[in-house]
Design a protein around this ligand. Structure first.
Ligand SMILES: [Zn+2]
Ligand SMILES: [Zn+2]
Length: 949
C-alpha cells in the first residue's frame, strides 16, 4: 500500500485591513451579488451568482462539480503580540437548519498562510478550535513573523454539497454561522517545569517473567552445562538453535541426544541423558507447552511454529531480550546457572496477527541489505512476530479485473469516474453494484480459497485511490451528504462504505455455503471508506483492517487532551460496534518522522492496548522501516502486547529495557526518554501525517535540546568505553544530533536564511551517512536522504529566483499559445473576458523549445491571479527573470510595458517594472504577455513573479 496525499489547499480572500486591532466580519456577499468561490478538481477560482433565499440568507449556485470550497466568513486586523508560537482560539456554531458540514480555516499574515485547519461541525453544537500559528516551512516558502504583529485575515470555508431545489446545480448554503469569540492568545511555551527526573529503574529477577514464576518457592531444576538436550531428528535443527542460545549464557553447549516420539515437535532438557518418556498432549498452530519438573524441562508443540515460539518464550523467561536486530540489540542474562521453578503451562498467543514488515524495502531495491533482512527475520522469530498473515489485505480490484482482459468487452465492469469508465488502478475502481462484477469477484475469492485451503480470508480492498464508481446504480449507495472525513486526503468524495460493504455482503452470500468459515477482508479508514455504513449491516464474516492514517502521532488515543485522537477513537468505535473481527493496519511513525527519534513508547503501547480490547481483535499489521535508532524499543513493545495474554506492565517492560540495554547508564537514559515523552505529551499540536515539522520547532527549543544533550552526555560518561551500552548510546546520540540539526534547518528556513538552511542540510547528510555506516539498520538512509534532497531542491529554487524579495504572487505557471498568424492582438488574447481554456500549460522557468515547442515567432502567455485587498497602496513590481527576445505585457486588458531587445545580452537579463496602478485588489487579475523570438530558444525562461518593494 502506498501512501497518497492530496495537499490540503485553501484559498482566502482578504476583504479589508482596518489597521486597528479589532475583529469584524465582512458580509456574506461583496455588494455586487457575486461571490468568489473555488470549485472543481483544479481548485480554480470562479465567479458564482449569489441569490437571496428565504429568510434573508444567501446561497451560492455552482455547476455540478464534486468538490467545492466556499469562503464564508472572514475576520481581519487581528493583533497578535506573542512569542513565536501562537494559538488562535475560535468558537463556532451553525444553526440547526444547516446540515453537518466540514469547515476549514486559513489564517494569513499579509499574503502568507500562517495557519490552517479543518474539522467537522455539527448543527447547534459549539465547535472549538485551536489553530496553531506556525511557520510553514519547506517548499511552501511561507512564514509567520510575530514581529510584524498582525494576522491580517482569518477565513472560514465550508465544504459541503447538496442538491439544489431548482435543478442540477449544487447549492451551498451558509449564512447561519455565528462566531462567539475569536481571540489570539499565546500558547504556553513548552517548558520542563513539571518534569522530574524519574527514580532509578528497578527490575526484580524473580518476577522477570510470569512463565517461570507462578509456582513460587520450591526449587526443581538447575539448568547448567551438565544438562542434556533430547529431540527427534526432525527437530534437531531447532534443538541446536536453542543450544546455541543457551551456550551464550551457560558458557558451553549441552549434549544433544536424538530421540523419536509420537509427537515429533518436542525438546527435552534433563540432567539424565533425556531418558524420561514425554507425555504428548494435543496441540496445534502456534501453541506450545512448557513443563518444568524435578527431572527436566519439556517444550512441546503441535507444529514447528509452535515449538519455535516455545524456545524463544522459554529464553525470554530466562531473561534473554532482543530489543532490535543484530548483536547490538541483544541483551543476555548474566547467570551461568539458572534455577527454574516448577511449572506446567499451555501457552497460546494473544493475537493471531502479529505482523511487522519493512515497507520500503519491499518496493525498492537496495533499501534493505540482505544481511539487514536476515537480522530482522531473526529478530522477528525471537519476538514471535509472524511475517505472514492469514488475513492478507491489499488493494486488489485491478488484479481481479485486469484491464486487458475485460475493458474492451465490458467497460461497464469498471467504475464511472467523472463521466468516463476508468479501469486503471490510479483512478479506476470496479463498478461495485454490477451483478456480473460481483459474481466474478466471488469466483475469484472461491478460487483463492480452493487453491490455498489454509487461507482464512480474501482481500476485497479498492484500488489505492480516492474514487468510487459514480454510475447511477452505485450512486444510490453514496449519500452525498456523507462525505469522507476531511482529515484524510480523500475528502470531498462521497463516503464509499455503504457501496463497498453491500458488495462485500453480496459476495459473501454467494460463497458462504461452500466456504462457511472463510472471511472477506477490507481496509477501512483509508481512501474512500472512512466512516461505517449507515444502512447496510456488514456480514459477520467481513474483517476490517483499520488504518491509523489520520491519527495524531504524539498522543495516546485515550489522551482526552488530544482532539484528533478523540475523533479517531470515536471513528474506530463506530466500526467496532458491528462486532466484526478487526485489526490495526498501522504505519510506523517513521513514515512521517524523516529519521527523527520517535521515542513514542507510551502512545505505541497504550494505543494498541486500547484497540486490543475489541472482542475478536486480530492484531496488528505494521508498515515499518529499517530505522532502529529512531524506533527501539517501539517494536519490542508491540511484540509483547501481541503475545502476552494479560497486557504486560509498560513500566516494568521499560524499566527492564533501561537496565538491560543501558546498564550503568540506565538512570540517565530513563531520564532522556522521559524528557522526550514529557515534551511530546505537552505539545499543543496534534500533528497528523506530514505536518509534523510544525511541532518540531516549538518542542525542541535550544533550551530543551541542551537539557537532553546534557543527559545523553552523562549517560555516555557512565558507560565503559567500547561496551555495548556505550555503543547503543552512541547510536542514539547520533540520532539526537540529527534531530538538533533538523530543528536548526527549520529555524533557518523560517528566518529566510536559505543559504544557512542549505548548509545545515549538508551537515545532516554527512551525519546520516555516518550513522548508516556505523550502525547498519539504524536509519533508513535512502528515505531520509530523499527527503533532505527534496527540501534542498525547493530551497535552491527559492534562493535562485526570489532572493531577498517579498514575493506576492508566483507567476511561473501560465497558459500558453503560439500565434504564427499574429492574430492575438486583433482577437484581443490579452482581454479580461477572453477564454484561454484550450491553451496549454507552460512553465516560465525554461524556454518554450525545452517544453515541446520547436517554434520561432510570436507566442502568448496568460495568467490569472488573485490579489488580496490589503496590497492596495503598496509598491508592487513585476519581476521577469529573462525574456527571449521581445515582449509586450498586458494587465487587466491594458498594455502596460514593452520589453525591447536592445542589448546583446538582453535575452538573458532580468528586468522589472512597477504595476501597482494596473492591478485589481481584492479580486482577480489577468496578466498576458506576447513574446516574439526570432531564432533559437524563446520565451520567458527564468521565472516571473510579483513582489512588494
Ligand atoms: Zn457503478
Ligand atoms: Zn495529539
Amino acid at each position: 500500500m502506498k501512501l497518497m496525499y492530496i495537499l490540503f489547499a485553501a484559498f482566502a480572500i482578504a476583504q479589508s485591513v482596518t489597521g486597528a486591532p479589532v475583529i469584524y466580519s465582512t458580509d456574506f456577499n461583496n455588494g455586487n451579488n457575486e461571490q468568489w468561490v473555488a470549485h472543481g478538481g483544479n481548485w480554480k477560482w470562479a465567479k458564482a451568482p449569489v441569490k437571496d433565499i428565504e429568510g434573508g440568507d444567501k446561497a451560492i449556485y455552482v455547476d455540478g462539480t464534486v468538490r467545492q470550497i466556499y469562503l464564508i466568513k472572514q475576520f481581519t486586523g487581528l493583533k497578535i503580540t506573542s512569542p513565536r508560537q501562537t494559538v488562535l482560539k475560535m468558537k463556532l456554531k451553525i444553526d440547526s437548519a444547516v446540515p453537518p458540514a466540514y469547515i476549514s480555516c486559513s489564517v494569513k499574515q499579509g499574503n502568507i498562510y500562517v495557519g490552517m485547519a479543518n474539522g467537522r461541525i455539527l448543527p447547534n453544537e459549539w465547535f472549538e478550535w485551536e489553530i496553531p500559528l506556525m511557520s510553514m516551512s519547506g517548499p511552501r516558502k511561507e512564514r509567520f513573523n510575530p514581529d510584524n504583529g498582525a494576522v491580517t485575515s482569518v477565513s472560514l470555508f465550508i465544504i459541503q454539497r447538496e442538491t439544489a431545489p431548482d435543478g442540477n446545480l449544487q447549492t451551498l448554503y451558509l449564512k447561519k454561522l455565528s462566531i462567539e469569540e475569536v481571540a489570539a492568545t499565546p500558547s504556553s511555551e513548552v517548558t520542563l517545569n513539571d518534569w522530574r527526573a524519574p527514580s532509578t529503574p528497578t527490575i526484580h529477577p524473580e518476577t522477570l517473567h510470569p512463565l517461570l514464576t507462578d509456582k513460587a518457592g520450591e526449587s526443581s531444576f538447575y539448568l547448567d552445562k551438565a544438562c542434556t538436550i533430547a529431540a527427534p531428528a526432525a527437530i534437531a535443527k531447532l534443538a541446536d538453535e536453542l543450544n546455541a542460545e543457551l551456550a551464550k549464557t551457560l558458557g558451553g553447549k549441552l549434549k544433544v541426544v536424538r530421540r523419536e516420539g509420537k509427537n515429533p515437535y518436542f525438546i527435552y532438557i534433563s540432567r539424565s541423558d533425556g531418558k524420561k518418556t514425554e507425555t504428548v498432549s494435543d496441540m496445534q498452530g502456534e501453541d506450545f507447552r512448557l513443563a518444568v519438573t524435578e527431572e527436566g524441562i519439556l517444550l512441546e508443540a503441535g507444529t514447528q511454529a509452535g515449538l519455535i515460539n516455545g524456545i524463544y518464550e522459554f529464553l525470554h523467561g530466562l531473561g534473554y531480550r532482543w530489543y532490535m536486530p543484530g548483536e547490538l540489540g541483544e541483551c543476555l542474562p548474566p547467570c551461568m546457572t539458572f534455577r527454574l521453578k516448577k511449572t506446567d503451562k499451555h501457552i497460546s498467543p494473544k493475537w493471531e496477527m502479529r505482523y511487522i514488515w519493512y515497507a520500503y524495502g519491499l518496493w525498492t531495491k537496495g533499501y534493505n541489505t540482505p544481511a539487514g533482512m536476515e537480522d530482522f527475520e531473526l529478530w522477528s522469530r525471537r519476538n514471535h512476530i509472524k511475517n505472514t498473515t492469514d488475513y492478507p489485505a491489499y488493494h486488489n480490484f485491478y488484479r481481479i479485473f485486469p484491464k486487458d482482459k475485460y475493458f474492451k468487452a465490458h467497460p461497464e465492469y469498471f467504475s464511472l469516474i467523472k463521466g468516463k469508465r476508468k479501469a486503471d488502478a490510479v483512478e479506476g475502481q470496479i463498478c461495485a453494484s454490477n451483478t456480473e462484477v460481483i459474481r466474478i469477484v466471488a469466483e475469484s475469492a472461491a478460487a483463492a480459497f480452493k487453491n490455498t485451503p489454509s487461507l482464512k480470508g480474501y482481500s476485497l480492498t479498492p484500488n489505492d485511490n480516492p474514487y468510487m464508481c459514480q454510475c447511477e446504480n452505485c450512486l444510490k449507495y453514496q449519500d452525498p451528504s456523507y462525505l469522507v472525513d476531511t482529515r484524510t486526503y480523500a475528502y470531498g468524495y462521497p463516503e464509499g462504505a455503504e457501496l463497498h460493504i453491500q458488495m462485500m455482503n453480496r459476495i459473501r452470500n454467494l460463497i458462504s455455503s461452500e466456504f462457511p468459515d472463510k472471511y472477506l477482508i477490507t481496509i477501512v479508514n483509508y481512501d474512500n471508506i472512512s466512516r461505517p455504513p449507515r444502512q447496510v449491516v456488514p456480514d459477520k464474516h467481513l474483517v476490517f483492517g483499520f488504518t491509523t492514517m489520520p491519527c495524531c502521532k504524539l498522543h495516546a488515543l485515550t489522551d482526552g487532551n488530544c482532539p484528533v485522537n478523540s475523533e479517531f477513537l470515536k471513528l474506530y468505535q463506530s466500526w467496532e460496534k458491528f462486532g466484526n473481527p478487526m485489526y490495526i493496519r498501522d504505519y510506523d511513525p517513521i513514515v512521517y518522522w524523516k529519521g527523527l527519534p520517535a521515542l513514542l513508547t507510551g502512545p505505541v503501547y497504550s494505543n494498541l492496548k486500547q484497540c486490543g480490547s475489541t472482542p475478536g481483535f486480530l492484531g496488528f499489521n505494521t508498515e515499518a522501516h529499517r530505522s532502529w535508532a529512531t524506533n527501539v524499543p517501539n517494536y519490542y513493545l508491540k511484540a509483547r502486547l501481541g503475545w502476552e495474554r494479560e497486557p504486560p506492565d509498560l513500566q516494568k517492560i521499560m524499566d527492564e529495557y533501561f537496565v538491560l540495554f543501558f546498564g550503568p547508564a540506565s538512570v540517565e537514559m530513563k531520564n532522556y526518554y522521559s524528557l522526550f515523552a514529557c515534551l511530546l505529551k505537552k505539545s499543543p499540536l496534534h500533528p497528523v501525517a506530514r505536518d509534523l515539522d510544525y511541532a518540531m520547532l516549538g518542542l525542541f527549543t535550544s533550551r530543551n535540546c541542551d537539557i537532553m544533550a546534557d543527559t545523553l552526555a552523562r549517560a555516555v560518561q557512565a558507560c565503559p568505553p567500547g561496551s555495548k551500552y556505550a555503543e547503543r548510546i552512541a547510536m542514539l546520540k547520533m540520532n539526537f544530533d540529527y534531530l538538533k540539526l533538523y530543528v536548526k534547518m527549520l529555524q533557518e528556513i523560517n528566518e529566510g536564511k536559505t543559504k544557512d538552511a542549505l548548509d545545515v542540510i549538508g551537515q545532516m547528510k554527512i551525519l546520516v551517512a555516518e550513522l548508516d555506516r556505523s550502525y547498519p539498520s539504524a536509519i533508513l538512509r535512502k528515505y531520509v536522504d530523499g527527503e533532505l534532497e527534496k527540501t534542498a531542491a525547493a530551497l535552491k529554487e527559492r534562493q535562485d529566483s526570489q532572493a531577498g524579495k517579498n514575493v506576492v504572487a508566483d507567476l511561473n505557471k501560465c497558459s500558453f499559445r503560439t500565434d504564427p498568424d499574429k492574430a492575438g492582438v486583433k482577437e484581443q488574447w490579452f482581454g479580461v473576458d477572453y477564454s484561454s481554456i484550450d491553451w496549454k500549460n507552460i512553465s516560465l522557468t525554461a524556454p518554450w523549445e525545452k517544453q515541446g515547442y520547436n517554434y520561432d515567432g510570436t507566442a502568448w502567455y496568460r495568467k490569472k491571479f488573485f490579489l488580496p485587498l490589503n496590497f492596495k497602496g503598496r509598491e508592487l513590481m513585476l519581476y521577469v527573470g529573462a525574456l527571449d527576445e521581445e515582449g509586450v505585457f498586458y494587465l487587466n486588458g491594458k498594455k502596460v510595458f514593452i520589453r525591447k531587445h536592445l542589448t546583446k545580452d538582453g535575452w538573458k537579463e532580468s528586468f522589472e517594472f512597477p504595476v501597482s496602478q494596473y492591478l485589481n485588489y481584492g479580486s482577480e487579475n489577468v496578466l498576458a504577455v506576447s513574446v516574439t523570438d526570432s531564432g533559437g530558444d524563446g520565451g520567458i525562461w527564468k521565472g516571473m513573479f510579483l513582489y512588494q518593494k
